[in-house]
Design a protein around this ligand. Structure first.
Ligand SMILES: [Cu+2]
Length: 456
């Protein structure tokens, strides 16, 4: 399934008003009357949703959905979104994995002021790479992502890829109890370990749904980990599935294998040969079923495996002249007692520095300064017993090697650094600005595991 821009506009406008909150707030995503300044309006607003049957959960939604409405655009085109904040807290939108100018990156006090309640901000950027990306706030992330402010951003290839069927699977677990009420998004003793997990797993906002797919066809599945904490050990027993892209960048198609570890913020695109009508596959996280994929009769002829997706225009690092920069990720805390009201715990450090989410000046002290246009090798070293999905804003890097597993080099924006692992990645510092470099376990990021890297 592929959209032209016009079809997309019609499709999104067709959503129209999808809900009226208690306060009469309209949750709307659609084409504005005046298209001179923006193509879409995206509203963040409270929305009661039903995650536990018979109970309501006071979520926060983008475009009337939690997870948020899926945004689609085409590679190389400009995406112009007027973001309207109808929450009663400040927020921003960060476009995870998109290589864009700093002013559009959505980091408070670094690239923009927070968008205050009732205000709007116009995001306007070109999407240079095709693939599966996502969007979320970079303010009070534990609560804001936890309440549902997470959504897919799909950048379609310029030319048809050979996939006729395209499905996005948004993976998120919710921090709620049996009555659907929110529980703590962050518990200090968990933040100091693997992060605070949610209790109810969902795919596209539903617990253990059944998804119908056309029998005999090769479908494109975009699995996006929108979770605050969980690394999904994805597996599809008995399926004929091949990996086509990792984190928004194509790879040479290869079998999914036994299991793929998808950390928070990461994406994997699979080609799946749907079995004969009536058959069912189980999409699982380790032994736990996330969703059932059910083959429905299809009138189409037998599906073919599409070729590899076209590469994105990411600069190849100049390895002969690359400078090495070392980053150590370590646990450096003790669960503090008697912490001042509102103060953040400090459990984690990068090169001996802990980020303080309450200190608006942290980004003024970059952990590394890179020269614009030069190539760098980052040596990433995890000195802790917990894994960290390490994410860099603004630029895409190439994973080269690990001391724990064999790596087929690939481009990404997030690398899942295993416990005590040492890995090497490389990039061309081709985007000027101050870029966040952090762990995407939100609990880790909010208790120290974040830094800025300046490219000048
Ligand atoms: Cu981490």
């Amino acid at each position: 399934m592929s959209f032209t821009r016009r079809q997309m506009l019609v499709g999104l406008a067709g959503l129209g008003v999808v809900g009226l909150g208690a306060g009469g707030v309209r949750y709307w995503l659609g084409r504005p009357e005046n298209v001179a300044t923006h193509d879409y309006e995206l509203i963040a607003a409270p929305l009661d949703i039903e995650l536990v049957p018979g109970h309501s959960t006071p979520a926060w939604a983008y475009g009337g959905q939690a997870p948020g409405v899926e945004l689609r655009c085409r590679q190389g085109e400009r995406l112009r979104v007027r973001f309207i904040n109808k929450l009663d807290v400040p927020t921003t939108i960060h476009w995870h994995g998109i290589r864009l100018p700093l002013a559009m990156d959505g980091v408070p006090y670094v690239s923009q002021a927070p968008v205050l309640p009732g205000e709007y901000f116009d995001y306007n950027f070109i999407t240079p790479d095709a693939g599966s990306f996502w969007y979320h706030p970079h303010v009070a992330s534990g609560e804001q992502l936890g309440r549902g402010l997470v959504g897919a951003l799909i950048v379609e290839e310029r030319e048809p890829t050979g996939f006729r069927h395209d499905h996005t699977l948004n993976l998120k677990s919710w921090h709620i109890d049996e009555q659907g009420a929110f529980t703590d998004f962050s518990v200090p003793r968990e933040a100091a370990r693997g992060g605070t997990p949610g209790r109810l797993s969902t795919v596209n906002g539903q617990h253990a749904p059944t998804l119908d797919l056309p029998a005999g066809q090769v479908v494109r599945l975009r699995l996006i980990n929108l979770d605050n904490t969980l690394t999904y050990r994805l597996n599809l027993p008995g399926a004929d599935a091949r990996i086509y892209a990792l984190d928004g960048n194509p790879v040479e198609p290869r079998p999914l294998g036994k299991e793929y570890w998808l950390g928070p913020g990461m994406r994997i695109e699979l080609g799946l040969k749907v079995p004969a009508a009536g058959a069912e596959l189980s999409l699982r996280n380790g032994p736990l079923r996330l969703a059932t994929l059910r083959a429905q009769p299809s009138a189409e002829g037998a599906g073919e495996w599409p070729p590899a997706l076209p590469a994105n225009p990411v600069a190849e690092p100049d390895m002969a002249n690359a400078e090495t920069v070392k980053f150590n990720f370590e646990w450096a805390g003790a669960v503090s007692v008697g912490l001042a009201q509102g103060a953040a715990h400090s459990f984690w450090q990068i090169n001996g520095q802990a980020w303080d989410i309450n200190d608006k000046t942290c980004a003024d002290r970059p952990i590394a300064r890179l020269q614009l246009g030069k190539s760098y090798i980052f040596e990433l070293r995890n000195l802790s017993q917990y894994q960290h999905p390490i994410h860099l804003h603004g630029m895409t890097f190439k994973v080269l090697a690990s001391d724990r597993k064999s790596i087929i080099p690939y481009f990404t924006d997030t690398y899942l650094l295993g416990k005590n692992e040492r890995a090497r990645v490389a990039l061309v510092a081709d985007n000027p600005g101050v870029w966040m470099f952090h762990c995407h376990v939100i609990d880790h990021m909010e208790t120290g595991l974040m830094a800025s890297i300046e490219v000048v």
